[in-house]
Design a protein around this ligand. Structure first.
Ligand code: ATP
Ligand code: MG
Length: 353
């Protein structure tokens, strides 16, 4: 099934080149910390590329999903606006991309009710990603929201009838759950006399090209691990963080991800931020050792992020504009969600008065 998802993802990529107008994309993030280079090269960069190609793009700030695995919504507003600022600074354009918050779109959340009736408790319990996320909480009892978050994600994707969803491999089970919900909804409530036009599409995954950027400790770059280069860091902070990055004792620099993950990850970062071939970068450093490599990576990361950071500072200076952008995105998402909920109610014959 992974092989099939990969093949399908490649097909979608081709179609995105030739016919971008056919696609609506949805992605999102939980506002639980600052975006980092893993997010950027794993996902954000591609969102901007799709937006720029003319794909209708929706980006969700998943504030309700913050409370799947924690009690506190501490400084949630600040986090939401920080995420929005990150989005705008990397090039998401609110004129072309609908950026909105979960909690601001009641009709989206209302889709949870019929959708929950289409899944079983055992289906949810065997979802490997739910299990992994639950394990990561370190013994917290599973909340109902955690158990059902693949269904919430189905509502996120289907409220706007997105047909393409950029994801990492770990998210494939959720996308499969979404496809199941879409299919079952139409099996159960398919529009009378119009079976040819289902209410919901069957969305496809678009798999990430850089699914596993490592952090400075050599494990996956993750905000909860404290091993990140954040987009919003200053050039000096970036230098400090990268200086501490784990390498190995071999002085000669090579690009060999399978055998030398830490060193190769730094070479990869230099490659991603310069557009140059990683083998060539490694060759040029040669016996220069990890000191030379880190210096080069720091420079290329800082050069690459300089315009993003400058834009971030400008945006931070105008909170009223940020509020306006989010209000506009929320309004657009509400329109779309209400239209879809209307269709759902009609299919279920729950239209009164
Ligand atoms: P947490 O520590 O809370 O898990 P995180 O920093 O790992 O946070 P997520 O919210 O888990 O971030 O990631 C959101 C999405 O960003 C992922 O589905 C994936 O597409 C992308 N992503 C995150 N980290 C990386 C990474 N290190 N490499 C590539 N892509 C990443
Ligand atoms: Mg993670």
């Amino acid at each position: 099934s992974l092989a099939r998802s990969l093949a399908r993802s490649l097909e979608i990529e081709k179609q995105l080149e030739t016919d971008p107008g056919r696609f609506r994309m949805l992605t999102g993030d939980r506002p639980t910390g600052h975006l980092h280079l893993g997010h950027y090269f794993g996902s954000l960069r591609n969102r901007v590329a799709l937006q720029d190609k003319g794909v209708d793009t929706f980006v969700l700030i998943a504030d309700y999903q913050v409370i799947t695995d924690r009690d506190s919504v501490d400084s949630i507003q600040e986090r939401v606006y920080s995420l929005l600022t990150d989005y705008l600074s990397i090039g998401l354009d609110p004129a072309r991309t609908t950026i909105f918050a979960h909690s601001a779109v009641p009709a989206l959340n209302q889709l949870m009710l019929p959708f929950l009736s289409l899944v079983t408790d055992s289906e949810l319990r065997r979802n490997p990603t739910v299990k992994a996320e639950q394990d990561a909480t370190g013994g917290r009892p599973m909340s109902g929201l955690m158990l059902t978050y693949p269904v919430h994600q189905a509502a996120d994707i289907l409220f706007c009838k997105a047909n393409v969803v950029p994801v990492g491999k770990d998210q494939l089970p959720h996308l499969e759950q979404t496809r199941v919900v879409a299919r079952r909804f139409d099996e159960r409530y398919g529009r009378a006399g119009d079976q040819a036009a289902p209410v919901f599409p069957q969305p496809d995954a678009l798999l990430s090209e850089v699914p596993n950027l490592l952090g400075t400790d050599g494990t996956k770059m993750s905000k909860s691990r404290g091993n990140t280069v954040e987009l919003r860091m200053s050039a000096d902070e970036t230098a400090k963080v990268l200086k501490k990055a784990v390498t190995d004792s071999d002085r000669r620099i090579t690009y060999d991800p399978a055998n030398r993950p830490e060193v190769s990850n730094l070479v990869l970062l230099a490659s991603l931020t310069t557009g140059r071939d990683p083998h060539q970068i490694a060759e040029e450093i040669g016996d220069g050792g990890s000191g030379t490599l880190k210096k080069l990576v720091t420079e290329s990361v800082n050069d690459y992020l300089a315009p993003v950071r400058a834009r971030r500072i400008e945006l931070e200076a105008d909170p009223a504009e940020l509020r306006r952008v989010l209000a506009e995105g929320n309004a657009r998402a509400n329109e779309v969600a209400e239209a879809t909920l209307g269709e759902v109610r009609e299919a279920m014959q729950m239209v009164y008065g």
